[in-house]
Write a protein that binds this ligand. Structure first.
Ligand code: ADP
Ligand code: MG
Length: 695
């Protein structure tokens, strides 16, 4: 086994702060650092020196090309590669990378989604270097994280609004902290730790399945005799081939400066998780984007197909991306750390109150931020948060808020210890709250865990929304505390007022239960069952006003995003329906019909031989009726699919998606029943047992 030095490996392919300090003049380094720390404005003068240092550093490591790397609204990272080669003189190559090329890229990517912001005749778009996220090398290319905007400065990506939202929430948080006497704080950053779930399937099988290759999920597949009911996969022994994949993944992540920390088997068979240590949200977002980019080729090297889809298999858990979110000051204080006596920690209570108000007022946007056709299949199953947004605080914290809101005295609660009943085991101090795995938005001790986010999604938009809605609440609180002469009394009264008005969004029970659905309705909390309903919230006046006021998205950008989300939804459903029809016509129906023929032949032979077989004749009857069911329902699907392809508008198309999805599920029902009836030798697709257990 090759031994490697973990501390040398970490960030070995990153243009880190330490590298910059070494390669840049003191003056340029200091200026760049000030820009990154938000205390100096952009200055073109630093760019040339930084660019040259980047090129020299990258070329010493074998890089020949660079790319402005960005995340368009597809949610997947993108970029074109250009060589450092600038000219050839007398047969000799000249290499150059100027400040201009580092800071600004022009892209004619009119094929990327823009929601009408960039018609092809005004296709010019720009990528702008984000100096807060370090450049890195993959293979022979230097990747430069960039924001992507239209000619008029409208955001066409995930990063630009995220950076704007960081500013918005930072500004309000700092203002509140100053009121509370923390005048040394200059900046507050949202921090995020993303837990990424995924599936690994043997490529031998995934190669045989068009649905997995095109849609990233199975459109057919009978339930296997064993799913996840024994709970034997979660945290279980990691199989040899899987651990060797994970080791390579972690080394790659570390070399890219991604602080990957945790790896384990997840609940469903063939499901896994990788989680990195939290960082400021912009970096966490780039890191997660990068993780999604590198995980697939590494899986391929190990003979696996990696699925990031939210619901690749029916009947077992899907994959999410738990988004752990907090606010931290530049002086290192986590504003959601309750400390030993949360009841006396006004700062903590104010910040939590801000979140409660934000989640109640803008639950619709939070729901929207985790919406996609893929996640629709996951949310609301008894495995993932339902489509009603609520917040879990735990009993202790809820009782503090209740007491403040009732004007009742506050009692501190002794921290309890874990009683194991075994004298030799250490005494463990319990956390302030238990975990609630069913809540979409749970306070987990010193941060909030937004559990709805889908596994294939960029965390850019969910965090843009979280930052923005909390910025709104903090601004509200700031307004209430302006000119306050008695901060303690006034802070308590704003906390009380917020809890009275918005406490309805707090729910500590089981979010999967039917009672909660009724209770949520009684409390007036809205449910957005699918993306189609959720997406409309982006056009609601209160939400457009929020984004405009916080300077995160303009109305035009909201409208564009609405269109992109809807278009994407329709396209995904349409591609899935098309793939299903293709598989039906070219694989499943031919196999079923030919198998019916062979049973019919056997049946006839047996009858001729004077041994009429009940098994043969009944199997034939059952099979023929199931196959007719496939045929009839696929005919219905085909008709609906053709209507979807007509010239109708995107909103008309999205309205038809519900019908298409219902028909797809009907077709699947017949096909999965047929899979149980047809010989495994003849069934044209690898089955769930092979996909989930052969690793
Ligand atoms: P779980 O048990 O839910 O899998 P962990 O406790 O392992 O979760 O941590 C989940 C994630 O939360 C990790 O990525 C961790 O770095 C992150 N995290 C911890 N503290 C913070 C914080 N203050 N802000 C944001 N994320 C945090
Ligand atoms: Mg978690």
């Amino acid at each position: 086994m090759a031994i490697y030095n973990a501390s040398e490996l970490f960030s070995e392919n990153v243009f880190t702060d330490a590298v910059m300090q070494k390669l840049l003049s003191k003056q340029v380094y200091e200026h760049l650092k000030a820009i990154r720390d938000n205390v100096a404005a952009w200055n073109d003068d630093v760019a040339d020196e930084v660019a040259n240092a980047m090129r020299v550093w990258a070329m010493e490591r074998g890089a020949t090309h660079y790319t402005h790397w960005f995340t368009p609204m597809t949610g997947m990272s993108a970029g074109k590669h250009d060589a450092f080669l600038s000219d050839v003189v007398d047969g000799k190559p000249l290499f150059k990378f100027s400040g201009n090329t580092l800071t600004k890229g022009e892209s004619d990517a009119s094929s990327l989604p823009s929601g009408g912001l960039r018609e092809t005749f005004e296709a010019r778009g720009y990528t702008a270097w984000d100096p807060t996220s370090p450049a890195f090398i993959i293979g022979e290319t230097l990747y430069i994280p960039t924001a992507f905007c239209s000619y008029n400065g409208e955001a066409l990506d995930q990063k630009t609004p995220l950076l704007r939202s960081m500013q918005a929430v930072g500004k309000q948080a700092v203002a509140l902290l100053h009121k509370l006497g923390m005048s040394d704080v200059k900046t507050v950053y949202p921090t995020v730790g993303a837990e990424q779930e995924y599936f690994l399937i043997d490529r031998e099988f995934s190669n045989e399945r068009l649905d997995m290759q095109i849609c990233g999920r199975t459109l057919f597949g009978a339930k296997p005799p064993k799913g996840q009911e024994l709970g034997d996969h979660y945290y279980g022994r990691i199989r040899t081939r899987v651990i060797s994949f994970m080791e390579e993944l972690d080394k790659t992540l570390w070399s890219l400066g991604i602080p990957s920390k945790t790896r384990h088997n997840e609940t469903a068979p063939a499901q896994y998780e990788v989680a990195a240590i939290f960082s400021t949200v912009n970096i966490a977002c780039d890191h997660n984007q990068l993780l999604m980019q590198v995980i697939r080729p590494i899986a391929r090297k190990h003979g696996f197909y990696c699925l990031l889809h939210e619901k690749p298999f029916e009947g077992i858990n899907g994959s999410g991306k738990h988004n752990n979110w907090s606010l931290v000051t530049d002086t290192g204080v986590n504003l959601f750390n309750p400390s030993d006596n949360p009841e006396n920690n006004l700062r903590f209570l104010l910040f939590v109150a801000a979140v409660i108000r934000a989640v109640d007022k803008f639950g619709d946007l939070i729901r929207l931020s985790a919406s996609s056709a893929g996640n629709d299949l996951r949310l609301g199953g008894n495995e993932a948060p339902p489509s009603v947004i609520s917040i879990f605080l735990g009993d202790h914290l809820s009782s503090i808020f209740q007491a403040i809101s009732d004007g009742a005295p506050l009692h501190s609660i002794d921290r309890s210890h874990l009683m194991t009943g075994v004298k030799t085991l250490p005494l463990l101090e319990l956390d302030d709250c238990d975990r609630n795995r069913t809540s979409p938005f749970a306070f987990t001790g010193n941060k909030f865990e937004f559990r709805m986010v889908g596994s294939s999604q960029s965390i850019g938009f969910p965090n843009t929304v979280l930052d923005t809605v909390v910025a709104d609440s903090l601004e509200y609180i700031n307004g209430k505390l302006n000119n306050s002469t008695d901060i303690e009394t006034d802070a308590k009264s704003v906390i009380a007022e917020i809890y009275q008005k918005h406490g309805r969004v707090v729910f500590n029970g089981n979010n999967y239960s039917d009672e909660w659905k009724k209770e949520a309705e009684r409390r007036g909390l809205k449910s957005y069952p699918t993306t189609r309903e959720a997406v409309e919230t982006l056009l609601e006046r209160k939400n457009i006003e929020l984004f405009e006021h916080q300077q995160v998205l303009s109305e035009v950008e909201c409208v564009a995003r609405h269109e992109i989300l809807l278009n994407n939804y329709v396209n995904v459903v349409s591609i899935e329906a098309g793939t299903m029809l293709e598989m039906l016509h070219r694989q499943i129906l031919p196999a079923c019909i030919s198998y019916c023929g062979s049973i019919a032949d056997s049946n006839n032979s047996l009858i001729s031989a004077g041994h009429a077989s009940k098994a043969a004749s009944q199997s034939l009857a059952e099979l023929v009726s199931t196959v007719d069911g496939i045929y009839d329902s696929s005919d219905e699907l085909e008709n609906a699919f053709h209507r979807l392809s007509d010239d109708s508008s995107v909103s008309e198309k999205s309205a038809m998606c519900a019908e298409i999805l219902a028909l797809m599920s009907k077709v699947r029902g017949y096909c999965d029943a047929a899979e149980h009836l047809v010989s495994s030798k003849v069934w044209p697709l690898p089955n769930y047992m092979e996909l989930l257990y052969k690793q």
